[in-house]
Design a protein around this ligand. Sequence first.
Ligand code: NDP
Length: 328
Amino acid sequence: TRTPVNVTVTGAAGQIGYALLFRIASGHLLGPDVPVNLRLLEIPQGLKAAEGTAMELDDCAFPLLRGIEITDDANKAFDGANVALLVGARPRTKGMERGDLLSANGGIFKPQGKAINDNAADDIKVLVVGNPANTNALIAQAAAPDVPAERFTAMTRLDHNRAISQLAAKTGAAVSDIKKLTIWGNHSATQYPDIFHAEVAGKNAAELVNDEAWLADTFIPTVAKRGAAIIEARGASSAASAANAAIDHVHTWVNGTAAGDWTSMGIPSDGSYGVPEGIISSFPVTTKDGKYEIVQGLDINEFSRARIDASVKELTEERDAVRELGLI
Ligand code: NDP
């Protein structure tokens, strides 16, 4: 029998947390034979709701769920953590300037980064979901100097999955026929979903679609603004699909990408593709044995270059802003 993996979830009482915890406990995060201990971190106002969710988790009698701890103390929540899903964040409210948003989140992610640094297990893997996810991940990473930087990642898998779904609908293919799609840059409206290297049932996607106007005016904005469209339709922001993407991100990181395919992850740049070293930007990656590698050698055309550069520029501006605020 395997020792349980400690999985910490912050913002556990929120919408995404509610959709996420049951799937972690049922084995979808790490695999059907991996027992888990859940550590739920909440702010004091969220503790009672987290306890309610924990009661429901108990009531599922999940064979893989070995324990649940609920706390508002980050040091306890990350004690021995092997996987950390940082979901809780300060949302942008009306009239809030970017600087206010970044400093409010700095107040969350800097102490959490330090608590991870001081308490997590040596093999800790961190996924930041809470927005602005890339820069929140950078703040946490900078506060954890003893943890290898590459263990801090930000979620662009929902954008990746959304892009696969849109491309499948356009081409009439099954989602499982779509490979090698890439999200570049920031998880924001500037993100760039790239189909120039993607394949639809083995054929090049861009050549198959052969419609640059659709790409520029329909596909890219539909993927980038999908979150707002969901809010408009549902009256609430996407939660189940975001939780699903978090599951996919960690599952792929731990269990590997399929041969002949890759995925998209926000990761600390090593300078590849002209993305400044250190910022947390989305790249095409393959994963194996719990490690990821950027897919190298892709030819970046002018259309893609301009869009990657624009998103990366936004990320460097966010980095400069949090640097000025003393958060990194
Ligand atoms: P959600 O669970 O709906 O969302 C949580 C975060 O995920 C938000 O920052 C949200 O960003 C982000 N997110 C990323 N991708 C997506 C996506 N595709 N769709 C929707 N959201 C996405 O928020 P709730 O308000 O329901 O819950 C947040 C919880 O976090 C609360 O229970 C609160 O108490 C807790 N919290 C905990 C903290 C802690 O543990 N220290 C700190 C702060 C909050 P966006 O806002 O841009 O949609």
